[in-house]
Design a protein around this ligand. Structure first.
Ligand code: 5GP
Length: 189
């Protein structure tokens, strides 16, 4: 997606050979126009997949997920990372090791929002080693629902997440595929 490539080239900051910072438009400040274009792109890619729900993780997946849900006309659920006094019902949950924080946490979705008849599109901001995606897949399977595919805003193809999802047979659509961050330069696939 050219608008996203341009934004990454112009406003992305390479923090190391492994980590790309995109706080200017996705992870802190959000560019709503770009988010809408991203949502439209995912909606087009998954238009004929019979999607009934979108699932993402708080916080950075929410913006692209909501724009996709708006275009497809379906609800968006974000898995919660923190215990909440209002989240008292039964939960589907999974552990996820955070690549950026290097800590393990539990994410959860209320059993009220996912059922076995749902066909789910997973949306996330980044795909690195795939831990977040695998945790969401686990939650969707606990509900007996079907994973229809994954929509990723920025995939770092040099890490293992994409290959594992491919091997498991999932459809993965990434709008930007980063081949390398070596030398402080972003190279796309
Ligand atoms: P994974 O679970 O695939 O290893 O990592 C995906 C999650 O880690 C994403 O949801 C994102 O929050 C975070 N992440 C992984 N790599 C990067 C990165 O290079 N930059 C930023 N900003 N977040 C990342």
């Amino acid at each position: 997606m050219e608008a996203l490539h341009k934004k990454i080239r112009e406003e992305g900051i390479v923090l190391s050979d492994q980590v790309l910072k995109v706080d200017a438009f996705l992870n802190h400040q959000i560019d709503p126009v770009l988010m809408q274009q991203i949502g439209d792109e995912f909606a087009t890619l998954f238009a004929h997949s019979g999607i009934t729900k979108i699932v993402t993780i708080e916080a950075s997946g929410i913006a692209p997920a909501v724009m996709t849900g708006l275009k497809l006309g379906i609800p968006v659920i974000f898995a919660r990372k923190h215990q909440s006094l209002t989240l008292t019902e039964n939960l589907f949950s999974a552990n996820v090791f955070s690549f950026t924080k290097q800590t393990e946490s539990t994410i959860a979705i209320s059993t009220r929002h996912l059922t076995s008849s749902d066909r789910v599109l997973i949306i996330d901001d980044f795909l690195a080693n795939g831990k977040a995606s695998q945790a969401l897949i686990s939650i969707i399977k606990q509900a007996g629902a079907t994973v229809a595919g994954l929509g990723i805003v920025i995939e770092k193809s040099f890490q293992g997440g994409r290959a594992e999802l491919d091997a498991q047979g999932y459809r993965v659509e990434s709008l930007a595929r980063v081949k390398s961050l070596t030398g402080g330069v972003v190279t796309f696939v």
